[in-house]
Design a protein around this ligand. Structure first.
Ligand SMILES: [Mn+2]
Length: 278
């Protein structure tokens, strides 16, 4: 199927009004156009429930696709009783809704990595410097298989996806440690070393001092066969635009904007609609 336009949209975080405004700006038509989402569909914005419902419906009619972010994984963990609902996340209405189970069943079947077209790859946080894109796709599938498995298997996986300290990646890493390391690269990474070591405390902008030995993951010089489109790092405000990496989280939920990257020409369309304060 060929689309009129395809756009990759950065972190929505439940900013439903800003999302609808962006669709209006794009003149989005689900019969002709296609959307890709960089994950973190839900959390701090004013209406995560309707954001999730809207995107699920679009995906089911073949007009959209998404990858999972850290807030999406957290929503699944809260659903399964593995994580506590954080008060700053405005996601309680999802768990009170009649269609909660349908929404979460759908969400856990979404991938960690997707190919919007032959030139790009989409992930929530990034791809570490010590993995090729093909290797990354293989690792993504290993975690996706467990997320999409039986609820019994899902409930074994979820508590193991969390730890304060980042795990070291090595060739014989296995089991849940490996699953957690993979999920951390795809959904939480900002700074890394060239060997893939991670640092989770830094979330500031690029002009702030960084811990010794670490760089933003996309600054390690690695030949890439596709441009990596990513969200997650709101402090970048979508301003990182390298030949091999493009930031798309405009920090909408923090009072900035929502970004849509047009796949055909790389143009970025910005919606500055402010989120209602809740
Ligand atoms: Mn995130």
């Amino acid at each position: 199927m060929s689309f009129r336009h395809q756009y990759v949209i950065g972190d929505l975080q439940g900013c439903y009004a800003a999302y609808l405004k962006l669709l209006e700006l794009l003149n989005f038509d689900p019969a002709q156009d296609n959307l890709w989402f960089a994950g973190d569909l839900v959390a701090r914005g004013e209406d995560s429930l309707n954001t999730l419902r809207h995107i699920k419906a679009l995906c089911e009619q073949g007009a959209a696709a998404t990858v999972l972010g850290n807030h999406d994984l957290n929503l699944i963990a809260v659903w399964r009783g593995v994580a506590k609902l954080k008060s700053k996340d405005k996601t309680a209405p999802i768990f009170a809704a009649d269609d909660c189970d349908e929404l979460l069943e759908w969400l856990r079947h979404q991938p960690l990595l997707a190919y919007p077209d032959e030139h790009t790859v989409l992930v929530h946080a990034g791809i570490p410097p010590h993995w090729s894109i093909d290797e990354a796709a293989g690792y993504a599938q290993q975690v996706e298989a467990q997320l999409q498995s039986s609820l019994w298997q899902l409930d074994r996986l979820l508590p193991n996806l969390y730890s304060k300290e980042a795990d070291e990646w090595h060739t014989d890493i296995e089991g849940f440690t490996k699953m957690r390391a993979i999920a951390n690269y795809f959904t939480r990474m900002r700074l890394s070393k060239q060997d893939g070591s991670l640092e989770f405390s830094f979330a500031a902008g690029l002009d702030e001092p960084m811990p010794e030995g670490f760089l933003p993951w996309f600054e390690w010089q690695v030949p890439r066969t596709r441009k990596i489109l990513f969200g997650h790092w709101a402090a970048l405000k979508g301003e990182v635009n390298l030949p091999h990496a493009r930031a798309l989280d405009g920090g909408c939920v923090w009072g900035n904007c929502l970004l849509a990257y047009r796949l055909s020409d790389g143009q970025v369309i910005t919606s500055s609609e402010q989120c209602p304060k809740s």
